[in-house]
Design a protein. Structure first.
Ligand code: ADP
Ligand code: MG
Length: 830
């Protein structure tokens, strides 16, 4: 036995190939043609002999003798014997999961219905159908180990239409849509056909009778000739083991088919409606015959099942994995010999068909889940025992919840940041989650980096030549694909010592510039000299260009608070490149910046440093004042408490009054004085702090301005010194029209709040609720509003009192009125 996977969770256990059993049943008659029909001694053979002279229509040279060997000839056989011979095995096999088909074929009146259904009025003459139902229920009783359900349906096919012979039952209701034959991996079924659960023999019989009655009624009311319709009674069996651990269950169906009369059209002499019916019947029966022939031919792989409703509906009941039996009903009379011959031919064709009966096994998903759950629980217990034997503390093997995952995420972050040395391994699930969180953190960081870059720069695809050339035209990138004014296309050039590697290029570029007749030609020349190849080599993977929104690259650098950051720009470039005033290769910006600070930018740098130190000093003072305020507040609280205590003591001891004046003791009096004094101190300190804050704000503004000025000046100086051709330099001499210090106003960007500001704000917020807290907060708000207004007005008007317009001073006038020295703390007051 082999196992064959038919579909998902649906298996059939294939057996060996088996031939279809074909029997012949002869209807008893007083006029039996003994000379023409002879039975073999084996009870399986039937021989036909046609007398030439009796049949005029038959030509002499035609065959006159036929011998058919079938699986049994049922002559004068009782219904009982017929059932035993034909159906019993098929039905009992169905209970084991094998599909079965029993079919009656033959001309009208030959006894098909008698064989299949039998005489409904006589129990003794009941046919295969009721007996099959009886056998099924008897076998169920004999199998207490299984829970077996039985369902039945009764289908009629008439003129290529499907009828549900059980649709009249009250609980079925009329079908809205016409029935259709549907195929799915499990087989063929009739959509819309009612299927009835029957728990006992009697119910099943009632259904059978109901169907029979409907068949008869329909033949009258609808003018249907029941002999011209096919009927299929199906018994569906489903057997589940009562042992719950057994997940498999079997299904099977027994199709009991009573075919329409097989007589030929010519013989019946039908006309009109009858003719149409006969044509149909013959057609569907001839399609059945074609299908049978195809099934009997081992070389055929296509079986024409779908040519008519009958074969389509029986698709999985003909051949395939079924046990199949055919009963050919014949008349034993001479006049019917021709039809008998045709019926026996059909039977012998059917005998050629082989089937491969197989068990229909399915898996009960619910039971499977239950069994797996049981197993899981058992394994968890095993694991717990194993853990305790291995001296491991209780390990949770359940799926992780959000909190646990968040904890792992934090561990991974700490691990990456270096604050966590190692992540302990707990179990497989945890290891998987750690890896998972690594991926999460990595992708988040990638996104962060990218969005930071995007906020600062416009990223251009390295291969997007059109955009690169557009940017070049706009003057944002030089011929080498670098930012204008940036030695290495990497911002300010921090720590990038690529001068040596790029020196050749730069020199070449300088040379080209010098050869140009005019400065305006420089850009053109440069851009036109760029080839795609050059770009490929020189542009980094993504090109960085300053985005107008956030100022230029230098601003990013300059947001650094500490003066030292600017003053100690890393200079890993060789020192000797510094000093010559005009190098063939320009020094890196950090190096040049040092130079600039000592040289042309010394005055600005001095003021910048001065402002910076004033700012730092004020900040320090503000911090100290805040600390003092906190101390005073604490003292106030303590004094208040002591006073309160004294007061309650006095109230308890009884109050003394002298001429309407309250007498209090000295201690209490001193406390009151102390409190008064403290409050005064508090207010004074507070006023100081407020002044300091205003001053800090103003200083900050100055520092920012200085810093900006320092860099702008440096930039101008740098370009002038290293990039502007000598002829152009001449034009920049004092008195000429071009002033290199001209910087567009739009580039003077407002500098955002830095950490120090935030710290100051935080200090303000953290101030304890003092005696004058309301007025304090009011004042704070007012001050803030005022500061904002001043700040805005400064920004708004380039001609404003403290606004520094770099464009109005040439570098040669540096250190002039544009640079403001901080005044003392009287700014911003009222
Ligand atoms: P079919 O369904 O093939 O048209 P039926 O089963 O209706 O033929 O049979 C026609 C008549 O012959 C019925 O009255 C039936 O009782 C009777 N008949 C058929 N076969 C037998 C039989 N083996 N024994 C007794 N009566 C039979
Ligand atoms: Mg019939």
């Amino acid at each position: 036995m082999t196992r064959h996977k038919n579909s998902n969770k649906h298996f059939t256990r294939m057996g060996t190939r088996k031939k279809v059993h074909a029997f012949v049943r002869v209807r008893p008659t007083d006029d039996f043609a003994h000379e023409m029909i002879r039975y073999g001694d084996d009870n399986k053979t039937i021989n036909l002999h046609l007398k030439k002279d009796t049949r005029r229509g038959v030509v002499n040279n035609q065959q006159t003798d036929w011998s058919f060997k079938l699986d049994g000839v049922l002559h004068d056989a009782s219904q009982d014997l017929v059932y035993e011979t034909v159906a019993k095995d098929v039905v009992s096999q169905a209970l084991n999961g094998y599909n079965g088909t029993i079919m009656c074929y033959g001309q009208t009146g030959a006894g098909k219905t008698y064989t299949m259904t039998g005489a409904t009025e006589n129990y003794k003459h009941r046919g295969i159908l009721p007996r099959a139902l009886q056998q099924v229920f008897r076998m169920i009783e004999e199998r207490p180990t299984h829970a077996i359900t039985v369902r039945v349906s009764y289908l009629e096919i008439y003129n290529e239409s499907l009828y549900d012979l059980l649709s009249t039952l009250p609980y079925v209701g009329p079908s809205v849509t016409p029935m259709t034959i549907v195929e799915n991996p499990q087989g063929v079924f009739i959509k819309g056909l009612s299927v009835h659960l029957t728990s006992q023999e009697e119910d099943a019989f009632s259904l059978l009778f109901e169907g029979e009655t409907n068949r008869i009624i329909a033949s009258h009311t609808m003018n249907k000739n029941s002999s011209r319709s096919h009927s299929i009674f199906t018994i569906y069996v489903e057997a589940h083991s009562r042992t719950l651990s057994d997940e498999k269950y079997i299904t099977s169906k027994i199709n009991l088919v009573d075919l329409a009369g097989s007589e030929r059209l010519g013989k019946s002499g039908s006309e009109g409606r009858v003719l149409k019916e006969a044509t149909y019947i013959n057609k569907s029966l001839s399609f059945l015959e074609q299908a049978i022939i195809a099934l009997g031919d081992q070389k055929r792989d296509h079986i024409p099942f779908r040519q008519c409703k009958l074969t389509h509906a029986l698709k999985d009941s003909l051949g395939g994995n079924c046990n199949m039996v055919l009963v050919t009903n014949i008349y034993g009379e001479a006049t019917q010999l021709e039809e008998t011959l045709s019926s026996l031919r059909f039977a012998s064709r059917m005998k050629l068909v082989t089937t491969e009966p197989a068990i229909n096994e399915k898996y009960d998903a619910e039971r499977m889940v239950k069994n797996l759950e049981k197993e899981l629980a058992l394994l968890k217990q095993e694991l717990a025992i194993h853990d305790s034997l291995a001296n491991r503390t209780h390990v949770n093997y359940d799926a992780m919840d959000e909190i646990q995952i968040a904890e792992i995420n934090s561990q991974v972050r700490r691990y990456l940041a270096g604050t966590l040395d190692e992540i302990d391994i707990i179990n497989l699930r945890q290891i998987q989650e750690v890896f998972n969180q690594f991926r999460v953190v990595l992708s988040q960081q990638e996104q962060e980096v990218e969005s930071n870059l995007r906020r600062k720069y416009t990223l251009i695809d390295k291969n997007d030549f059109a955009t690169i050339s557009a940017v070049q035209k706009a003057g944002l990138v030089d011929a080498d694909g670098h930012l204008v004014g940036e030695p290495d296309g990497q911002g300010f050039g921090f720590g990038v010592a690529s001068l040596t590697t790029k020196a050749g290029k730069k020199l070449k570029s300088r040379k080209t510039v010098k050869e140009q007749p005019s400065s305006s030609a420089r850009k053109e020349g440069a851009s036109s000299s760029v080839s795609g190849k050059d770009l490929d080599i020189l542009t980094s993977k993504t090109q960085l260009t300053p985005s107008s929104k956030d100022g230029d690259v230098k601003d990013m650098l300059l947001r650094d608070r500490e003066t030292s950051t600017i003053e100690t720009l890393p200079s890993d470039s060789p020192k000797e490149e510094l000093h010559p005033p005009r190098l063939s290769t320009p020094p890196s910006k950090p190096v040049a910046f040092e130079d600039f600070k000592n040289e042309r930018g010394s005055e600005i740098n001095r003021i910048f440093k001065e402002n910076k130190s004033i700012l730092n000093e004020r900040r320090k003072r503000a911090s100290e004042t805040t600390q003092r305020i906190n101390a005073i507040k604490k003292e106030i609280d303590i004094t208040k408490e002591a006073l309160h205590f004294q007061k309650s003591l006095r109230e308890k001891q009884g109050e003394y009054e002298n001429k309407g004046l309250m007498i209090i003791d000295e201690e209490e009096f001193l406390l009151i004085l102390k409190l008064k004094d403290l409050k005064k101190q508090y207010r004074t300190e507070y006023q100081d702090l407020r002044d300091l804050r205003a001053e800090i704000q103003y200083c900050q503004h100055l520092v920012d301005q200085c810093r900006h000025r320092l860099l702008t000046e440096f930039d101008v100086w740098y370009n002038e010194s290293f990039f502007i051709p000598e002829d152009v330099q001449a034009a920049l001499k004092p008195g000429s029209s071009i002033r290199p210090g001209m910087v567009p106003v739009s580039r003077i960007v407002s500098l955002g709040e830095d950490d120090q500001d935030k710290f100051s704000q935080l200090q303000q917020m953290m101030l304890p609720e003092g005696p004058d807290s309301i007025s304090f907060y009011n004042a704070k708000v007012k001050t803030e509003q005022k500061v904002t207004r001043v700040h805005v007005s400064r920004k708004a008007g380039p001609q404003g009192p403290h606004y520094w317009d770099p464009g109005s001073h040439s570098p040669r006038q540096r250190g002039g009125r544009g640079l403001c020295q901080p005044r003392e703390s009287q700014h911003h007051q009222s």
